[in-house]
Design a protein around this ligand. Sequence first.
Ligand code: PRP
Length: 208
Amino acid sequence: MSELYVSTHPLVQHKLALLRDEKTDCRKFRELVREISTLLIYEATRDLRTEPVTVKTPLAETTGYKLAERVGLVPILRAGLGMVEGAWQMMPGAEVWHIGLSRDEKTLRPVEYYSRLPVSPTVDVCLILDPMLATGGSAVATVSILKRWGARRIKFVGIIGARPGVERMQREHPDVPIYLAALDEELNEHGFIVPGLGDAGDRMFGTG
Ligand code: PRP
């Protein structure tokens, strides 16, 4: 079973309550997604390798550390786009590759409509970004796409995960750690996370 990290940080919890609130407007919603993403990325990158570098301060030379691994951000369109800025705030040099999946409303299966990956992997770690992990279909499919393409280390960073979808991811891709701000218990008959926050893509882009 893959590692599951659910944040209990007060700042994450505070922002998540605002994000869930149906009265939160598009602009505020985007801001909260960005901020929560930054806080979760901080945890998801905890084990990145560093290497020593010599730094000259105004007073003396000392040893500092710089990231020794290249990170790729893989937002799942559309809603994953909202998490990119938050991740970039921490790692402005991260490459971004987009994967377009939309969930068929009847079957709830993901349909791939866009993929923009270089010929072979150019990074050491891929961070998949998608605020919602519901049935897990989109996350599982994205990991499979990245593995077929040759990615070795993959992590999933979401905001809300539903227990059934999280368990599916853990079964199908036990090597992919999952980072969330909340784990909700249920999906309704339409595959929406309950209590969740509604449709993240629609709330972010004002298309509800
Ligand atoms: C939502 C969400 C995830 C997916 C989660 O996207 O952002 O990508 O559904 O559901 P799953 O775990 O059951 O696959 P959607 O397909 O609605 O597309 P959108 O982001 O363009 O709104």
